[in-house]
Design a protein around this ligand. Structure first.
Ligand code: HEC
Ligand code: HEC
Length: 335
């Protein structure tokens, strides 16, 4: 936290004294100018000094002393400035006796807004995520949060883009149950595939394996290349499975579906193989350095779950299982 440092940007003590000295010298200089101009006081019956210039024939300038009201206003404002500099940061890195900082003010404002939001959230927070997903008001708030915190990567419709997964298609790298989604948001996710060029024999080998991958998914491919790639797919099977269908639990993607994070063309697959892939979803919880508290994550998880791709919890707690209709219990395996 920044407590005690009003201005943490000074790299050396010199600038602290430099700025403070200029501010103080400025105040002293103004007071000196004022006093030097107000010492003349007209004695009884004395005429103000006549300055040399004359305009428009007969318009003359007299050197009268400054009006008292003006002088007192000047002194008053100077005094205000001095009090201000004692109370608030302004002299170099001196923090001021009130300890005010723009950071603290921002934080207090934010805490107030968060507290307001939590009040609105309270009824949802205690609710089951799937119930929240069905609530239109929660959906609207979830969408607003999504626009603010997630759309820059996952797109405003949550359908992703190159490198960023589609959250609406029911294909999950890290699982689509309410708990899985909440965990993805809370702690972030990283899936990593090392560059595999050497393992498949360079670019030509990658092309062959890519065609074999396309054949596994029943997509248009070059049969000769695919046949040559089949044996090389051994290098991939450990992670993506013998049949390329991936292993949802271990976050290795299915290569036979249409849900491509990095593209499903031959050349995009070749790039995936040669360069490797490493997607990074940043952790969002405040505990992990993100911006979201538990209430917001709960709402967002419900929103994402409700976008159409959410899976039912695989193993509901016994009490829930009894209450839930039979088909809700027989959930499909994740991914
Ligand atoms: C900086 C970009 C970025 C931001 C911001 C971001 N994500 Fe992600 N997210 C990703 C990437 C990349 C992945 C895939 C990670 C991987 O491939 O290893 C991902 C994965 C996910 C997953 C898991 C998908 C799966 O297939 O299992 C969920 C759920 C998710 N994000 C939700 C969110 C939500 C909700 C937000 C907003 C709070 C958000 N993300 C913000 C980049 C981002
Ligand atoms: C060590 C485990 C591992 C091995 C070995 C591996 N992969 Fe991967 N692969 C992954 C992971 C994890 C991802 C997801 C990366 C991400 O989400 O950022 C991935 C992603 C991909 C993708 C991108 C999928 C998409 O949705 O765009 C392709 C294509 C792919 N792998 C093909 C292959 C092929 C072909 C091989 C063998 C030459 C191979 N992988 C070997 C772990 C592996």
């Amino acid at each position: 936290m920044l407590a005690g440092y009003a201005v943490p940007d000074f790299v050396s003590e010199f600038w602290h004294y430099y700025i403070a000295a200029i501010s103080i010298a400025g105040i002293i200089f103004s007071l000196w100018v004022l006093s030097s101009q107000t010492t003349k006081k007209l004695a009884e019956g004395e005429q103000a000094e006549l300055m040399v210039h004359t305009w428009d024939g007969d318009l003359q300038e007299l050197n009268n002393p400054l009006p008292r009201w003006w002088m007192w206003m000047f002194i008053g404002l100077t005094f205000f400035g001095i009090v201000y500099l004692v109370l608030y940061p302004g002299l170099g890195k001196y923090a001021g006796t009130l300890g005010w900082s723009s950071f603290q003010e921002w934080k207090d404002d934010k805490d107030t807004v968060d507290a307001e939001f939590d009040k609105v959230m309270a009824p949802f927070k205690s609710q089951d995520l799937m119930a929240v997903a069905a609530d239109p008001k929660a959906k609207e708030m979830g969408q607003n949060l999504f626009m603010t915190y997630c759309s820059q990567c996952h797109g405003s419709s949550a359908q992703g883009g190159k490198g960023f997964p589609n959250l609406t298609d029911g294909q999950w790298l890290f699982g689509g149950t309410p708990e899985d989604i909440q965990a993805s948001i809370t702690g972030g996710r990283i899936a990593e595939m090392p560059p595999m060029g050497d393992a498949v024999g360079g670019e030509q080998g990658a092309k062959e394996v890519a065609n074999y991958v396309l054949s596994l998914g029943g997509k248009p491919h070059d049969a000769t290349l695919a046949a040559a790639g089949q044996a090389k797919f051994v290098a991939c099977a450990g992670c993506h499975g013998e049949n390329g269908k991936g292993m949802a639990v271990a976050s290795f993607p299915d290569l036979t579906d249409d849900a491509w994070q990095y593209g499903g063309s031959e050349s995009a697959i070749v790039q995936s193989i040669l360069k490797g892939r490493k997607g990074g979803m940043p952790a969002q919880s405040q505990a992990a350095g993100g911006a979201l508290n538990d209430s917001k994550i709960h709402l967002l998880a419900a929103y994402v779950w409700g976008l159409g791709g959410g899976k039912k919890p695989a193993a509901p707690a016994p009490a829930e299982a009894m209450a839930a209709p039979a088909e809700a219990v027989a959930a499909p395996a994740a991914n």
